[in-house]
Design a protein around this ligand. Structure first.
Ligand code: ATP
Ligand code: FE
Length: 336
């Protein structure tokens, strides 16, 4: 049996076909280059592009997998959280395609998707394990107890800590912007940091928040003040050092929380997910903590539909016509 998944929560239009056992048959991602010039994602622009791209992206995913709609077991779609206008394009498309072929629909939570990126073949990790999900909109540390989608202490995924303000990816993006780099800033900042000294500047690590929560807004402010203190010329001259020190502070903040979570729970197995998991120094730092750190391939860390199909294997399908009234949600459905 095969599942088609559609993901349109932000600015990437994605469709994928995944088999029941977690084997990826196709994984199509169409990135909207148009947001670079605005320094971030413009919701209306994102929705319009999803509308233009979705049909072709779905056709490509089916063709590359060598399958057709009537042959599928069901259609999965990201229901939220994300940009509502963007999500609606995916939800409407999935509902229409599923209804036309009387297929079941599987609504998937985007963050369950980021977790389920760790469940795909050929190298799935088996629960229980701890996972750090660090993306453009979220930073959370969770205990994954089974493959399922139920959130909470008694559920499948228990959140141990999350960010109080900015997400880790946002910290990368905002820092990159302060240093005059383009959007998305994470990869650019990592490249610049490779030429700098991470010890050059002391930025605040693991800000004063209790328990296993995170905070990154102070770090961003510290970088802003440092660039003002240095002045334009000196900031320009020391950009690589600033990037390296700033990146080190983000990585250390994340790593120390992971370290504490491992000590408190006694769970040693560790996985990472979300766009920031693509960051090399973060991977290296976490590998020093957990040598068998589970890292999905890069294209499964940033937004993609294969992870949504992977999650759908463990989520509740809704039979036709029960899903016709299904709506997208922007946030808050998991009761975090
Ligand atoms: P969410 O999943 O919370 O809705 P999102 O979908 O925007 O947010 P992802 O696509 O998972 O997030 O990740 C994008 C983020 O990852 C961006 O903030 C980007 O800067 C960051 N990122 C990508 N590659 C790297 C890297 N090499 N180093 C650091 N950050 C990175
Ligand atoms: Fe995401």
């Amino acid at each position: 049996g095969l599942l088609l998944a559609i993901e349109t929560s932000c600015d990437d239009t994605c469709a994928a076909v995944v088999a029941r056992d977690g084997e990826i048959r196709s994984n199509v991602i169409s990135s909207q280059g148009v947001h670079d010039r605005y320094g971030g994602v413009v919701p209306e622009v994102a929705s319009r592009h999803h509308l233009e791209l979705i049909e072709t992206v779905v056709e490509d995913a089916l063709a590359q997998a060598g399958t057709t709609l009537p042959q599928l077991d069901g259609i999965a779609v990201t229901q939220g959280p994300g940009l509502v206008g963007a999500l609606l394009v995916g939800v409407a498309t999935a509902k229409a395609l599923a209804a036309a072929h009387r297929l079941p629909l599987v609504p998937v939570d985007h963050l369950h998707g980021h977790v389920a990126a760790s469940f795909v073949q050929p190298d799935p990790i088996e629960p229980p394990f701890l996972i750090l999900i660090a993306s453009g909109g979220h930073t959370l540390l969770a205990h994954v107890k089974d493959h399922g989608a139920r959130w909470g202490r008694d559920g499948s995924i228990e959140v141990l800590g999350s960010t109080r303000d900015d997400a880790a990816g946002e910290a990368f993006d905002k820092g990159a912007r302060l240093l005059g780099l383009g959007y998305p800033g994470g990869p650019a900042l990592q490249r610049l940091a490779a030429e700098g000294d991470p010890e050059a500047f002391a930025f605040p690590v693991a800000a004063q928040v209790p328990g296993l929560d995170f905070s990154f807004s102070g770090l961003k402010t510290a970088l802003l003040y440092k660039t003002r203190e240095l002045g334009e010329e000196e900031t320009e001259r020391r950009r690589a050092d600033l990037a390296a020190s700033y990146q080190r502070a983000i990585v250390e903040t994340l790593a120390r929380r992971v370290e504490r979570a491992r000590a408190e729970t006694g769970i040693e197995r560790l996985a990472i997910g979300g766009g920031v998991a693509a960051n090399g120094p973060l991977r290296e730092r976490l590998r020093r903590l957990a040598p068998d750190l589970h890292v999905p391939p890069r294209e499964l860390c940033t937004d993609n539909a294969a992870m949504i199909a992977s999650a759908a294997r463990f989520a509740q399908p809704v039979a036709f016509p029960g899903y016709l009234s299904l709506d997208a949600y922007s946030s808050g459905e998991r009761g975090l």
